[in-house]
Design a protein around this ligand. Structure first.
Ligand code: MG
Ligand code: ZN
Length: 353
């Protein structure tokens, strides 16, 4: 090869490398899970909200296949575990492979790389979805063991219910005291949370689960924005999981009006998160579900009157694909068809975990 061609190819290689690395990667990731939120669930919220939702701002849209290792239709343990750890496992398991080996979640991996980490959930922090990002247990009902697993992490912020799993335990440990010893500020009310301006925060605001909408008020949007405020001063970035938990429970109840209320609550949260992400410019926002609940269909309704007729085909989950929405640097990675196990590796690549 003559020198001019060598020089030319070197220059071309450099230009190519720059353009590849210029394909921007996010610093922060906000992973939003609507438990039980299929397309029909989103539609109930959209109709009740006047035929519009913040979620319509997303341009990168895909589908996630939700089946578990053991079942055609997943539960929230295996569903959360797949999203968090990239492993399809047996229904009921938390943060473990089918042969009961603990698997690290994206939250653990972010922690290892010194990113700030957090989770905000509209139920007990020990419940299956948030637990999948923090704990390793053979059964999702082992709430006290799951609570103890929070102490084995360095998670910076967690806010939800589940206080009794930390403070009223069969083993008489008081995990809130242990958290304080580890340097956490333990908050029992939204006012306590609002007073925290920096540092680690354990927000255990309800003895059991947070209330359903509308009793829960602005808990989810407000606590999510507080978590972002506390996490986003880390130069290395942050990982935050936010769960709209009770879309699923309204689905189990076959109550479409309550599904709409829970979807709108999550959508308000999504709107505020997107405002933040747009301001920040380095934040990737992903919204998806662990599974659909209720086998919901909406054959008829009236958009002007904000009403619809809802029919459910099951009191349990269904096996259909769920939607995926992404915004920010790397969002294009999440369009098209995905396995629920694909999120983890994509997040690892984008955040360089
Ligand atoms: Mg859940
Ligand atoms: Zn469920």
């Amino acid at each position: 090869m003559n020198r001019r061609i060598m020089l030319l190819s070197t220059v071309l290689f450099i230009i190519l490398s720059i353009s590849v690395s210029a394909k921007s990667k996010p610093k922060n990731l906000i992973f939003i899970i609507g438990d039980g939120m299929g397309i029909a669930q989103i539609h109930t919220g959209m109709i009740k909200n006047g035929n519009t939702l913040n979620i319509e701002q997303f341009k990168h849209i895909g589908f996630s296949k939700t089946y578990s290792y053991s079942h055609f239709t997943t539960d929230s343990g295996a569903g959360g575990t797949a999203l968090a750890t990239g492993v399809k496992t047996r229904n009921g398991m938390i943060g473990m492979s089918p042969d009961s080996v603990a698997v690290k979640s994206v939250l653990h991996l972010a922690e290892d790389k010194k990113l700030s980490t957090g989770l905000v959930t509209a139920c007990a922090v020990t419940h299956a979805t948030p637990a999948s990002f923090v704990a390793h247990q053979i059964n999702r009902n082992m709430y006290e063991e799951i609570a103890a697993d929070f102490l084995k992490t360095d998670i910076d912020v967690f806010i939800g219910g589940g206080r009794n799993n930390f403070e009223k335990r069969l083993d008489n440990r008081n995990l809130s005291d242990e958290l304080r010893t580890k340097g956490y500020q333990v908050a029992h009310t939204e006012k306590d949370v609002a007073a925290v301006k920096s540092g680690k925060l354990a927000g255990l605001l309800y003895p059991d689960h947070t209330p359903a909408m509308p009793e829960r008020g602005n808990f989810l949007p407000d606590m999510s924005m507080k978590a972002i405020e506390l996490l986003d001063d880390n130069k290395k970035g942050f990982f935050l999981m936010i769960e709209g938990s009770q879309i699923d429970w309204a689905g189990h109840d076959n109550n479409a009006d309550n599904i709409a209320l829970e979807v709108i609550d999550l959508d308000i949260t999504i709107g505020r998160v997107l405002d933040y992400a747009r301001r920040d410019g380095n934040t990737l926002v992903i919204v998806t579900a662990d599974h659909e609940t209720g086998g919901l269909t909406i054959p008829d309704g009236n958009i002007k009157e904000k009403r619809f007729n809802a029919y459910f085909s099951t009191k349990n989950h269904s096996g259909v694909m769920v939607p995926v929405f992404a915004f920010g640097p790397g969002a294009e990675e999440f369009s098209g068809f995905l396995e629920n196990t694909d999120f983890k590796q994509k997040i690892v690549n984008l955040l360089k975990l």
